[in-house]
Write a protein that binds this ligand. Structure first.
Ligand SMILES: [Zn+2]
Length: 672
């Protein structure tokens, strides 16, 4: 360690002191957002009690502050209503922060000596109303105020753009996307800035008409120079395309979905101005890692609001990873990596029963190759799926390529077909079909690194191969979906529980060892930012294929089964990791690289962490490895039949080392 001369140290301390003082003294710029303090507060026509009340607002309701006059704020409610409120009845939002820790306590006051009032979760955005001793007083989901330690948060950049729209980028329309390509009118815009200025004309030089807020939607009356003309409270004005998301007019068939049970109205307590329903306090429970849809045609919506636009519809049995929850809504990640909200009335915590996913698929390219043989590309919610019609599972294979973004498929049989094109909507930038001796070759270039999934060929010789994304996702654990399977503990059909192997001396059950290691691993992965789903947490009636199906249905990134080994020869010992991707099974073979890489990384790190004998990686036709459509491994941590390792597997520190090794392996798999 380097020593610092005393004089220098003093200067450093002084600097730190001065800087600290400056930070304290610096006012935090307030956003143009506020939260109502008192209950049943009148919103009036003008800045004074002599003006008539227009409506009332409740404590916790969020609003936008348009202007200030004396002790009054001119405000705009989420319903669009504008009026005046006494400023001492509104807490101004200073800034927005995002929760950093995986689960963070919120308290009744600014310090750990205060009572725990609840919990918040990674990524949750909180409005800061006050600061004290490094703690923030925050407003949570329209329902409550509490304190959170500031060091468990990061400033949310989206909350800092309070003066968006004032930005002088009149001409820039780089963000506008579809704008201008349409007929000029129609469609809607959704506001993506916290507060956006509405102006009298299409440019920042025009006077202000009013202000509108995040996620508001308005019909587009006209478009010009990257600006949109909209109507707000009977006033027409223009908003910059840089701060909105434009949706062109819907096609007539898509606009109506007959027979769809309308979600709206199910929550009668929802206030007309879109504030949280009265029973919103249900957020006190834990957010489940995943949920399963309980009805058909259930809307997944852009916001936790029954009136919000529908992103996608889901059906009974569909399962999704949960990112956040509030006010009786779950924020879920859809298969196409879109994000939406589903009401908890139509979703239950995922229990691991066998769901079947239903996403609306569209055939977007059909290339006949030969008589009775057709190659198709399907749009599965923005992701490509390859559909082979007329080939058995032994009549197609993937050819190795060096280019990451290319996939080459060899299809058996003579063909004269030549085709060249692209399917941009699913990210295929170039597609070539051509004959090569007795085969038809399909060459595909993607605008992402493709990861072919497992195709199942049915009796009609139809194979569907989903193509996932391998390389464009972040090279970290954050946001990854990982299914962990603590081996055994199944209840067999006769009611007999399967304990797995048995320790010869201690009589310890393998299932208990597996679960203990899995739970430690789960904690580590979650702290790394991953979403972890267990196939069970003690006992399960699921079949082995059912365990695999959990990973398949969640479209998990990986599946890891944890076991302890057994052999009749007590001398046999050490770590082993299994995977399965034989050349005889093309659908598994297509994932060979990933499966082998995952197995190698975990094996290497487990050996490094625990130091038992390295038995290497092996292939085995285990049901959980065969039935998983995502990269999967089965880890045999150590031998319960070996006297030394039996003792070790009973010890908490050794289980911890095993979990650390497996964790490091998984981390390395995603980062390389
Ligand atoms: Zn086992």
């Amino acid at each position: 360690m380097k020593r610092v001369r005393p004089g220098r140290m003093l200067r450093l301390r002084l600097l730190v002191f001065v800087l600290g003082f400056m930070l304290l003294a610096l006012p935090v710029l307030a956003l143009d957002e506020g939260v109502v303090k008192g209950n049943n507060v009148n919103v009036r026509k003008g800045p004074g009690t002599n003006y008539a009340a227009i409506t009332q607002v409740k404590a916790g309701q969020a609003l936008y502050i348009l202007s200030t006059q004396n002790n009054w704020f001119q405000v705009r409610l989420s319903s669009g209503t504008e009026g005046w409120i006494r400023n001492d009845l509104v807490n101004r939002v200073l800034k927005k922060v995002r929760v950093k820790g995986s689960t963070v306590n919120i308290r009744t006051g600014p310090g750990t000596n205060h009572k725990v009032a609840g919990k918040v979760y990674t990524g949750q955005v909180l409005s800061v109303l006050a600061e004290k001793n490094g703690w923030y007083k925050v407003h949570i989901g329209g329902i409550a105020e509490a304190w959170i330690a500031g060091w468990y948060t990061v400033d949310d950049p989206s909350g800092g753009s309070s003066n968006a729209g004032n930005a002088g980028n009149t001409g820039s329309n780089g963000n506008v996307g579809n704008a201008g390509s349409g007929s000029g009118t129609g469609g809607t815009v959704k506001i993506t800035a916290n507060v956006l200025n509405v102006r009298q004309g299409p440019g920042t030089n025009y006077p202000l008409v009013t202000k509108i807020g995040l996620n508001e939607q308005h019909n587009v009356l006209a478009q010009q120079n990257g600006w949109y003309k909209i109507k707000v409270n009977n006033q027409e004005g223009w908003v910059s395309g840089d701060y909105v998301q434009y949706t062109p007019p819907a096609n007539p068939p898509a606009a109506t979905s007959p027979g769809t049970p309308d979600n709206s109205g199910t929550s009668g307590t929802s206030a007309p101005d879109g504030s949280a329903p009265a029973d919103a306090a249900s957020g006190s429970g834990q957010t489940p890692t995943a949920v399963q849809i309980t009805g058909n045609y259930v809307n997944i919506q852009e916001r936790a609001d029954l009136n919000a636009p529908v992103v996608e519809q889901a059906n009974s049995g569909d399962a999704f990873v949960v990112l956040d929850s509030k006010n009786g809504w779950y924020q879920v990640r859809l298969t196409n990596d879109k994000i939406g909200w589903v009401s908890s009335e139509y979703a239950q915590p995922y229990s691991g029963t066998l769901p079947s996913r239903s996403v609306q698929k569209k055939e977007v390219l059909i290339v006949p190759i030969a008589d009775g043989k057709t190659f198709k590309i399907i749009d599965n919610g923005g992701r490509p799926e390859l559909k082979l019609e007329g080939w058995t599972d032994k009549q197609y294979r993937f050819r190795k390529t060096k280019e990451e973004v290319k996939m080459i498929l060899e299809l058996d049989g003579y063909s004269t077909r030549k085709y060249e094109g692209k399917v941009e909507r699913v990210g295929i930038t170039q597609l070539k079909v051509y004959p090569e001796r007795s085969k038809a070759i399909v060459e595909m270039d993607f605008n992402f690194v493709p990861a072919p999934g497992i195709g199942k060929t049915d009796s009609n010789k139809v194979t569907v191969i989903p193509v996932g994304m391998a390389g464009t996702q972040s090279r970290s654990l954050v946001g990854k979906t990982i299914v962990l399977d603590p081996g055994h503990a199944s209840v067999q059909p006769g009611g007999w529980p399967d304990p797995g192997a048995l320790g010869s001396k201690t009589k310890i059950h393998e299932k208990d060892v597996n679960l203990a290691i899995t739970l430690k691993l789960k904690t580590m992965l979650e702290q790394g930012g991953a979403k972890v789903i267990l196939t069970h947490s003690g006992q399960t009636t699921l079949s082995l294929a059912g365990r695999a199906a959990i990973a398949n249905n969640l479209n998990a990134d990986i599946f890891v089964s944890i076991h302890a080994n057994y052999n009749n020869k007590p001398a046999i010992a050490g770590h082993t990791t299994y995977y399965y991707a034989p050349a005889s099974k093309p659908e598994l073979y297509a994932q060979r690289q990933q499966r082998e890489k995952l197995a190698s990384a975990v094996q290497r790190e487990m050996v490094k962490s625990c130091g038992r004998k390295d038995n290497g990686i092996l292939q085995a036709n285990f049901a959980v490895l065969r039935e998983t459509k995502v990269p999967s491994i089965l880890v045999e941590t150590a031998y319960l039949s070996n006297p030394d390792e039996e003792q070790l597997l009973c010890q908490d520190w050794f289980r911890q080392k095993l979990a650390e090794g497996i964790f490091n392996g998984i981390k390395s798999y995603f980062s390389n």
